[in-house]
Design a protein around this ligand. Structure first.
Ligand SMILES: O=C(O)CCC(=O)C(=O)O
Ligand SMILES: [Fe+2]
Length: 198
């Protein structure tokens, strides 16, 4: 598998800026640790079931959806009410990105065995470019993305503790992303994706 890191000679990350921007250390190490601890203690994380090859399987991670409405039509889980911490984070992310969000999906990866398979995020408002802000706390994990038309065009970006990644433009349309399992020992990570549900 071809896996390219997007670094230039000055060790700066090279990202297609019209598709994503990355800010490491957007939250301080202190704040990040406080948020991670709070979420692990208080969020009612659940392992949801999805249909795969006509079988019901448990997703290899835990998740919880907070916001003003269900994440998608027909989703059985009622949205959980915003907490003070999530509102605090949302405000900071909105000020930085100039975008407003009405929901946030929390994914909890307990260790290197937890993952999310190749997918693109489908909560697109027709005719509008999807903007999703992704905040990570805890264990750094590789975020892989690949071109839907050409899977050899694949890149990887490490999402560190307290980082902010803004996914935008045609990223969801033409690219898929995943968090792969890892054979290395991995501690807990909680990722927040702020979304705008139509
Ligand atoms: O954990 C991550 O960084 C990505 C999560 C993700 O892709 C999703 O929730 O749709
Ligand atoms: Fe996603």
């Amino acid at each position: 598998m071809q896996q390219l890191m997007l670094f230039d000679v000055r060790a700066h990350l090279l990202l297609p800026e019209h598709l994503m921007t990355y800010e490491p250390g957007f939250f301080s190490a202190e704040d990040s640790e406080r948020y991670l601890k709070t979420f692990l203690k208080t969020v009612p994380f659940q392992q949801s079931k999805v249909m795969m090859y006509e079988k019901e399987v448990l997703t290899p991670r835990l998740s919880a959806w907070f916001g003003d409405r269900p994440i998608r039509d027909g989703d059985q889980r009622p949205p959980i009410r915003w907490t003070p911490e999530l509102l605090e984070i949302k405000e900071k992310v909105e000020a930085n990105t100039g975008t407003t969000f009405n929901g946030v999906l929390l994914n909890y990866y307990r260790d290197g065995n937890d993952s999310v398979a190749w997918h693109s995020d489908k909560d697109t408002i027709p005719g509008l470019k999807t903007e999703i802000a992704s905040v990570s706390f805890g264990q750094a994990r590789n975020f892989d993305f690949r071109n839907k038309q050409n899977h050899k065009q694949q890149y990887s970006l490490e999402l560190g503790n307290g980082s902010l990644l803004l996914m935008k433009g045609d990223l969801q349309k033409f690219w898929e992303h995943r968090i792969a399992k890892s054979a290395k020992p991995m501690k807990a990570r909680v990722n927040l994706t702020f979304r705008k549900i139509p």
